[in-house]
Design a protein around this ligand. Structure first.
Ligand code: NAD
Length: 372
């Protein structure tokens, strides 16, 4: 397999370049693998982030994505209080047509070549089986199936727990109480995270309005939670409610949808909810409280981080590495969000910008103190 580290003068032509430590390109003639691994920043630990497989139209598109996603992981891991930096990998190709075990094994060797600077996990286009295949070639992989008593497994329920904790922090901030009874919540997307979130909201007597494009998920929720109201996908943005929880796709908060919104709080699992940075101002202008997505949805990465620390016998921050310790860590997402709201108010900036500022102070300033 050939690999090349892309030069910083070339990378600096991309808007998302942010002094990344390394973007390495891999090409394997035998399996057809073309992939990039991005390491944004390792000031507070090895770079962890998922491996995405997607039919990018060009190598430039793949580089753009790996730059953007690896930087995002640095912010997310720092604010989640994890001893991890930010990284991500992307494989060019349609996972339904091109993916096979030989290709994923080659990707495992690519990860191994970074000697632990980058730790990989599942992302869109890859799954638990792919992680098992990669684990034969590298020990720097998480999201593996678990045996009894081990930590790991599907992180989605843990993500839902963190989203619920952050949503409650938003409700507390807006209404002075986090009681959910009678609160109207709209949920877009009833997949692995959205469905579990609905279950928690339903248990606390929130009034739910939900949508999905998959009929079987609507049938399932109707059967399990008969009081839930089903809404057409296009109508979810116009419902008058207290909270909107986007749990489907990115870029759902944009110049078409925001003007339709009649809600007080946005708190959901989806990544990159704002289509553009200006959309955060549009939301703030409407006096909607935005709970930053990457802080709220960190439960999954907290779960895989504990898996990694347990497996490797490393614990630089002295965490309680039991499952209960991990769940307590996820439960503290709400406290982080309260600090973000306080900074946002004190500085007169949006919660998203306050979160970015807090994250930077962790992976830049705190990291300097720690190594001084
Ligand atoms: P999922 O694929 O299981 O569920 C997404 C659901 O959204 C699907 O049921 C899909 O049919 C539905 N959907 C798609 N387009 C829609 C539309 N236009 N209107 C209504 N519904 C639509 O994904 P998930 O694992 O539940 O993740 C949900 C979101 O949270 C994603 O954006 C994901 O990137 C993010 N996220 C997930 C995790 C995790 O641990 N699973 C962690 C962090 C972030």
């Amino acid at each position: 397999m050939n690999h090349t580290d892309l030069r910083s003068d070339f990378l600096s032509t991309f808007a998302d370049y942010d002094g990344h430590e390394r973007i390495r390109r891999f090409e394997d003639a035998e399996t057809g693998l073309i992939a990039f691994i991005g390491v944004h920043n390792r000031n507070i630990g090895p770079a962890l982030g998922g491996c995405r497989m997607y039919p990018y139209a060009s190598e430039e598109d793949a580089i753009r994505d790996v730059l953007r996603l690896s930087r995002g992981m640095t912010y997310k891991n720092a604010l989640a209080g994890l001893p991890l930096g930010g990284g991500k990998s992307v494989i060019i190709g349609d996972p339904f047509k091109m993916k096979n075990d030989k290709l994923m094994a080659a990707m495992g060797r690519a990860v191994e070549s970074l000697n632990g600077d980058y730790i990989t996990a599942e992302d869109s286009g890859t799954n638990e089986h792919d992680m098992v295949v990669m684990s034969a070639e590298t020990k720097y992989v998480v999201g593996l199936p678990t045996k009894a008593g081990e930590q790991g497994g599907d992180p989605s329920p843990v993500t839902a727990l963190g989203v619920f904790s952050g949503l409650k922090a938003g409700v507390q901030r807006r209404y002075g109480s986090d009681a959910m009874t009678g609160l109207k919540v709209t949920v877009q997307g009833l997949g692995a995270v959205g469905y579990d979130l609905c279950r928690r909201l339903n248990e606390e007597n929130a009034e739910l309005f939900v949508t999905d494009v998959r009929q079987e998920l609507l049938d399932r929720i109707r059967a399990e939670m008969p009081d839930v109201r089903l809404v057409q996908p296009g109508e979810i943005f116009g419902i008058e409610a207290n909270v909107f929880a986007p749990c489907a796709l990115g870029a759902q908060l944009n110049k078409e949808t925001i003007p339709k919104m009649n809600i007080d709080i946005i708190a959901g699992a989806a990544n990159n909810q704002m289509a553009t940075p200006e959309d955060e101002d549009r939301v703030a202008d409407k006096k909607i409280l935005y709970v930053p997505d990457y802080v709220l949805n960190a439960g999954g990465v907290i779960s895989v981080c504990y898996e990694y620390l347990n497996r490797n016998g490393k614990n630089p921050y002295g965490f309680d590495l039991t499952r209960d310790g991990m769940l307590a860590h996820v439960g503290r997402i709400g406290q982080t969000i309260e600090k973000i709201f306080a900074l946002s108010e004190a500085e007169g900036i949006t919660p998203g910008r306050a979160a970015d500022r807090m994250a930077r102070s962790i992976f830049m300033d705190d990291a300097k103190t720690r190594t001084a």
